[in-house]
Write a protein of this length. Structure first.
Length: 220
């Protein structure tokens, strides 16, 4: 597999420049915040597809127990299965080792049809930290960043920082996602405490968590 099943098929049968969103994350577990964010990015930036990219070993989360990559991957697959414009990539999981976004984007750039534009979707609060990521100058060259503003988030200061950064200026767009304060951390805590996560994540994901007994014995 090159990127993901649907994208590979497109490249094989109908190669053309595409507008591809990449939704990176740990997805431990995936929830409606992620799904709404991806869908809004797709609509607002006129993307052909959004490729969900579960991380292998996330470099920033080495301090806590992260669920098995296969479980996180399976949950993303079942949550996105019914949307023909969503797809899931195993690139980062199969690469092994610590995940660096620069490796992923470089690899994608080589695989997609010429003229394809990559849009890296992220929460607005993460945007400035991108400058601290490994090979950030390369990352910013390879993808346009689309930053979702979280509920109650005043991003004027952030926008100013982006405009003042010579690397980032013109490479970041902000977009609004309707009020969702859902986070994976909160979902994990609720599961551990025996509380409901219904309506925070698709039913199929909640069932997966239950049947695989995820998050019950975690101690982050
Ligand atoms: P954790 O609480 O474990 O950090 P998370 O909910 O932030 O999990 P991640 O897998 O870390 O989920 O996030 C993947 C991407 O989705 C990031 O770019 C993050 O900013 C974004 N994101 C997470 N939650 C939301 C939300 N509720 N609305 C919009 N974007 C979100
Ligand atoms: Mg997070």
């Amino acid at each position: 597999m090159l990127i993901s099943p649907r994208i590979d098929r497109e490249i094989e049968t109908n190669p053309r420049p595409m507008r591809l969103g990449i939704m990176g994350g740990t997805f431990d577990p995936i929830h409606f915040g992620h799904l709404i964010c991806a869908e809004q990015a797709r609509e607002q930036f006129d993307l052909d597809y959004v490729v969900f990219m579960p991380t292998g070993n996330p470099v920033f989360k080495l301090d806590r127990h992260v669920s098995d990559a296969e479980d996180r991957y399976n949950m993303v697959v079942i949550a996105t299965r019914k949307n023909p414009m969503f797809d899931v990539s195993r690139m980062e999981i199969d690469r092994g080792g610590i995940t660096y976004t620069s490796d992923t984007l470089q690899e994608m750039e080589q695989k997609v049809p010429k003229g394809t534009e990559l849009f890296f979707i992220t929460g607005a609060d993460a945007i400035i930290s991108v400058l601290k990521w490994k090979n950030s100058d390369l990352i910013i060259k390879l993808a346009h960043f689309v930053a979702a503003t979280r509920p109650g988030y005043d991003y004027s200061e952030l926008q100013e920082k982006v405009e003042n950064s010579p690397e980032m200026r013109g490479r970041v767009s902000f977009f609004e996602v309707p009020g969702l304060a859902i986070s994976s951390t909160d979902l994990r805590e609720r599961v551990r405490a025996g509380k409901s996560i219904t309506y925070m994540t698709p039913v199929s994901v909640a069932s997966y968590i239950k049947s695989h007994r995820l998050y019950i014995d975690d101690c982050d």
